[in-house]
Design a protein around this ligand. Structure first.
Ligand code: TRP
Length: 373
């Protein structure tokens, strides 16, 4: 919480000042020197790193020290099912996939199908979470993870493994610590209070399984940091390595709000949106443009405020040269809103169509990824 914005795992609101956020969370901005180090090992840099869409970290330098000593890391990330996934949800997963490819890393993907059930009043049927979870898993597999190196699990189906470890964490977090960190109240249900300990487990599970310390890297959206602020201390006390973390910004909503929220559908693109819906939503996007085409031609627009430009920057134009051309046409007024939006919605629809084909193919691969126990 700070000033006019708030970032918690349950709610993201207001205009986020990421510099203030980094200070409040005690996370370190990603430096150019760190990027160079990542590039040295990966052979290139993902555009989300180059553009500082992943903007902060915890202990990446340590992780790379370990890597250079031959102590390879594994990856961990997750997704709590609540409904269809949005474009914004893809950001940490796309980075995770890139890291898996470049570093040959094993990966755990946690699907806490109890989390939203516990945290949200309007979600009342825990059975329903399972079918949503499976749809989400197909979306995740469709991004191209390596089945030989990736394990995906639902908390309720992997509880036999997770629960015991979660208890080890839970015993070392007091109610007052969790209350402060997570913004809980005396009225919060006790499942919610416990939840952080479930999310902590995959960050050291591989060390438990292998009987030796294995470094872990967690790419996530910055609102998830708080769980690991609590968990990292405990994991250290249990004698394991504290996980390193890479923090992503949020994809803004098409109307320019802080986060593309899955609960306010009209400015948010879901992976299931049909082409005409995408076109309509993008058609309403906030652009950095002047009030009329004439004024736009005369004064130009502002790419930083133009959500169409920003969607290219965050996801749809990996090539920096091409992105700069799009920004330039916005600035010099030669790009008009209608055309700009049409091009983006075509690009998004092309992506979604391919994604849906990959998702259908993922159905046959599901069993290769899932672990239960
Ligand atoms: N809490 C996350 C969500 O709301 C899900 C999650 C579980 C997660 N484990 C994680 C996210 C690890 C990032 C990293 O979607």
């Amino acid at each position: 919480m700070a000033g006019s914005f708030s970032v918690t795992p349950w709610k993201v609101e207001g205009k986020i000042d990421y510099e203030v956020l980094e200070k409040n969370f005690g996370i370190t901005p990603i430096s150019d020197a760190l990027l160079k180090r990542i590039e040295k090992h990966a052979g290139e840099l993902h555009f989300m790193l180059r553009r500082k869409i992943f903007l902060a970290h915890r202990e990446m330098e340590w992780l790379l020290d370990q890597y250079e000593k031959g102590n390879k890391f594994y990856l961990y990330t997750g997704r709590a099912p609540s409904g269809d996934m949005t474009l914004g949800h893809l950001i940490p997963f796309l980075m995770t996939k890139w890291l898996q490819d470049k570093f040959g890393a094993d990966l755990y993907i946690q699907i806490p199908d109890e989390e939203k059930f516990l945290a949200k009043k309007d979600i009342t049927d825990i059975e329903k979470m399972k079918s949503i979870a499976y749809e989400n898993i197909l979306d995740i597999i469709a991004l191209g993870f390596d089945p030989k190196k990736t394990k995906i699990f639902l908390d309720t189906e992997y509880a036999g493994v997770l629960y015991k470890q979660a208890c080890r964490v839970a015993k070392r977090i007091t109610f007052s610590t969790a209350k402060d960190a997570l913004g809980l109240t005396n009225e919060s249900n006790i499942g919610w209070i416990f939840y952080t300990s479930m999310q902590a487990v995959p960050a050291f599970l591989k060390s438990v399984e292998e009987g030796r310390n294995v470094p872990c890297l967690i790419p996530l959206a910055v609102d998830q940091d708080v769980h690991f602020r609590l968990a990292r201390d405990v994991i250290g006390k249990l004698g394991y390595y504290k996980p390193a973390i890479l923090h992503a910004q949020f994809l803004p909503s098409l109307s320019g709000e802080a986060k593309m929220s899955s609960s306010s559908g009209k400015d948010t693109i879901y992976l299931t949106d049909k082409p005409d819906v995408v076109e309509k939503k993008v058609g309403r996007a906030l652009t950095g443009q002047q009030a009329t085409a004439e004024l736009q031609k005369k004064h130009g627009g502002n790419p930083d405020k133009c959500m169409v430009c920003q969607y290219y920057r965050f996801l749809f134009e990996p090539d920096d040269g091409k992105l700069e051309k799009i920004f330039e046409r916005e600035r010099d007024g030669t790009m008009l809103a209608g055309e700009h939006k049409k091009e983006l919605s075509d690009r998004i629809n092309e992506f979604l169509e391919e994604h849906r084909i990959k998702k259908e193919r993922a159905r046959d691969k599901l069993e290769q990824f899932l672990v239960k126990g």
